[in-house]
Design a binder for this molecule. Structure first.
Ligand SMILES: [Zn+2]
Length: 277
């Protein structure tokens, strides 16, 4: 799933490509993709794109008041079509058309979580109202420094209402960098560990944004080489000589280093240990 770094760098590319372009009537390729009823997409057609940005994992097309949001969810991707196309495309969700610019196709190959888009009237924050602070904000730092939250850290980092933009991939990498167990809790961390978590979050995301800025065009189906630890179970820890381990948790595979993160302890699969009781 694309996370903050992919979406940030994509927003920057789209901003360069579509800044000051005239937004034309979008081509709806899949009706369930549009999450809003009003305003109608035709109501915002003809407006000038004043900028493309990111909030959490959402792309935000600014149209001088109204906004169009895009969320790629798990399997959503973006094709830049140069020259612009107007014919239908398999797996297409919506095609955004701009005057004298390439077209932008939002497509998806996922089967579970669907890519979506929203047309918001001026002043309406739509799904953005549910998002917590950005990882680079003071609010996030303050939360980590002071909260007695008792959720498992891996879950906390992935909760978009707590901090916006991180998914399970970068959650693995961040906790590895911070040398904290994915099953640890904020409430039990000392100030040094809390500051370490803030720094690790920002470092890992900043490095990933740097790598993503090398990319050109849209966002391809295969996003490889994004993680140091996530998806690398049974290979060597990038920080020590130990072998990375994995544990199944709520249907996901978390990857961690026992030496760096859990004092050598291997984490038990919670569902499995329940069954064995
Ligand atoms: Zn290690």
């Amino acid at each position: 799933m694309p996370e903050l770094p992919e979406m940030q760098a994509l927003a920057e590319r789209l901003d360069r490509m579509y800044g000051q372009a005239r937004f034309l009537q979008p081509q709806v390729l899949q009706f369930s993709g549009l999450k809003t009823v009003s305003p109608d997409p035709s109501d915002v057609a003809g407006r000038t794109v004043t900028g493309v940005g990111r909030r959490g994992k959402f792309l935000v097309l600014e149209l001088g008041g109204p906004r169009v949001l895009v969320h790629l969810s798990q399997g959503g991707r973006v094709d830049i079509e140069d020259p612009p196309k107007v014919t239908g495309k398999k797996m297409g969700v919506v095609r955004f058309l701009f005057e004298n610019r390439p077209s932008m196709l939002v497509k998806e190959f996922g089967t579970q979580r669907k890519a979506g888009w929203w047309v918001l009237a001026e002043g309406d924050d739509g799904p953005l109202t549910k998002l917590g602070p950005d990882p680079f904000s003071n609010d996030f730092e303050e939360f980590v420094k002071t909260s007695d939250d008792r959720r498992q850290l891996h879950n906390l980092l992935k909760d978009q209402r707590t901090v916006a933009g991180i998914g399970r991939g970068f959650a693995d990498d961040i906790l590895h960098r911070a040398r904290l167990s994915p099953f640890g809790k904020l409430a039990t961390l000392d100030l040094e560990q809390r500051l370490g978590l803030v720094n690790a979050t920002r470092e890992v995301l900043t490095e990933a944004i740097g790598r993503e800025r090398e990319r050109t065009g849209g966002l391809p189906t295969k996003l490889s080489g994004r993680f140091q630890v996530h998806g690398a179970a049974d290979s060597e820890c990038p920080a020590c000589a130990d072998t990375l381990a994995s544990v199944s948790f709520e249907g996901n595979l978390l990857v961690y280093c026992p030496s760096c993160q859990t004092r050598g302890k291997r984490l038990a699969d919670r569902r499995l240990s329940k069954l064995l009781k």
